[in-house]
Design a binder for this molecule. Structure first.
Ligand code: TRP
Length: 450
């Protein structure tokens, strides 16, 4: 057990879990997928998914992880028995960790590039169109993407090598509140721009033509991705937890913080789009093409820009650390490797796996598409819209139907002042979540009409 470690405090745990959840998914991905899905229903479905699936499944991951004190594969092996098909869920989680971090690191690399652009005052006095072009230049530049991808993976590996307490916990405490504050300032700017009214109607006004199985699946996938659920990342964090922590309260706090940051990011970004005639459906470059417009406008904007991209980089780092942690803890727990070897090897494989994503906008790979998506998008779609919700589905089936309720009940209630919620929670895990997720999958693969 020497390689494992424990959280030093409850607060440290909550901050680290929130640090995992709050990341590029909130600031980079939610606004861009909201845009490509045409707004309307998207955010509403996302919010329902956070509440009806995300919150109970987060509790489920903590319950399972704390109960076994081990990684996802070990958890299923311990509770379901060696050779049980449920162990596959653990494997899928590790695989999802590899895939997600491989392209996540590329986007995180963009934040580093934007730190440099901000420091060199690249946005000052530029028109929105020129600012948009800056992202296009970066995206098409293969070697530059590769460079930042390398740097980011190296930093992530270095943090995970530092171990649980030292590496993750200490750093989460200052940066997250700062990011929240800065986003709130940007929203304040947006409220007074003439794009705010249109932002509200774009985001909240349901438009029937935007409601499709694809939109529902992507909104659910976004909820899982943003909350770090479905692959066992929260399960792994739960495995470092002592029995005194209230899992319900912790989950609620993490969900609230995560969703708060996500909504703030949308309300910071969309007003800029609507007041400057930019495209909501611009795709993965959306944050990078919009926020610098404000930074170029505001007095002291270049300082805010540097600060913002550093904070975004940091948010990405705490999330990346949780992804690598899952993969590494598999090798540590299951293969009894030491932390150093596990981390270095997984980091290297993930780095290699990310190279195609890093080059996906370059001449070399920009014309390669798989089922209409480029390499980068394919990785994201595979992991977020399929593997995570499937992992979540499997977990609810396991917890709701296979694990004896005496086990789930006692773990749920330990340390909790919300034991009375067990019944509603387990009902959700047994029925609501699996039925909801199964229906979405059946629609998406065309078995239920559309
Ligand atoms: N939730 C993070 C974000 O929003 C990304 C992330 C970290 C993640 N760990 C994860 C996603 C585990 C899925 C599973 O940026």
């Amino acid at each position: 057990m020497t390689s494992r470690g424990m959280w030093t405090s409850r607060m440290g745990f909550i901050l680290a879990a929130a640090g995992s959840a709050v990341g590029l998914g909130n600031v980079w991905k939610l606004p861009y997928v909201t845009g490509t899905n045409g707004g309307g229903y998207f955010i509403l479905i996302y919010l329902v998914a956070v509440l009806a699936l995300g919150f109970p499944i987060m509790i489920a991951e903590f319950v399972l992880g704390r109960n076994t004190g081990t990684s996802p594969v070990g958890t299923y092996r311990k509770l379901a028995g060696k050779g049980s098909p449920f162990v596959v869920l653990g494997w899928m989680g590790v695989a999802a960790g590899f895939i997600i971090l491989s392209y996540y690191s590329v986007v995180a690399g963009w934040t580093l590039h934007y730190v440099i652009l901000s420091i060199t005052n690249a946005f000052t006095g530029r028109e929105p169109n020129e600012i948009r072009a800056l992202f296009g230049d970066l995206y098409a530049h293969g070697p530059l993407n590769l460079f930042w991808h390398t740097i980011f993976m190296a930093i992530t590996v270095a943090v995970v090598l530092g171990g649980v307490q030292k590496g993750i916990e200490r750093s989460s405490k200052i940066m997250m509140p700062l990011l929240f504050l800065l986003l709130a300032i940007l929203v304040g700017y947006g409220v007074f721009s003439d794009g705010f009214g249109r932002t509200v109607s774009f985001i909240f006004l349901p438009k029937a033509e935007n409601l499709s199985a694809k939109t529902v699946l992507e909104a659910i996938g976004q909820a899982f991705f943003s909350l770090s659920l479905g692959m066992g990342a929260m399960l792994t964090y739960g495995s470092y937890l002592d029995k005194k922590v209230d899992l319900v309260r912790s989950s609620l706090l993490v969900c609230l913080m995560d969703t708060g940051v996500a909504l703030l990011a949308c309300f910071a970004i969309f007003p800029i789009i609507f007041s400057h005639g930019l495209e909501p459906s611009a795709g993965p470059g959306l944050v990078f093409q919009t926020l610098p417009v404000v930074f170029s406008d505001l007095p002291g904007g270049s300082v805010l820009a540097v600060l913002f991209f550093i904070l975004l980089f940091f948010a990405a780092l705490t999330s990346a650390v949780s992804l690598l942690e899952v993969v590494a803890s598999y090798f540590i727990d299951e293969r009894t490797w030491n932390r150093r070897r596990a981390t270095l090897l997984s980091g290297t494989i993930i780095f290699l796996l990310g190279i195609p994503s890093a080059l996906s906008g370059s001449d070399l790979l920009s014309s390669v598409t798989i089922l209409g998506r480029n390499v980068f998008d394919t990785m994201d779609n595979l992991a977020s819209n399929w593997m995570l919700p499937l992992g979540g589905l499997g977990m609810t089936l396991f917890l709701g139907w296979r694990l004896p309720s005496t086990v789930s009940r006692s773990e749920f209630c330990l340390g909790s002042r919300h034991s009375g919620m067990y019944r509603s929670w387990i009902t959700c895990i047994r029925y609501v979540a699996p039925i909801g997720l199964s229906l979405v999958f059946l629609y998406q693969i065309g078995l239920l009409g559309s």
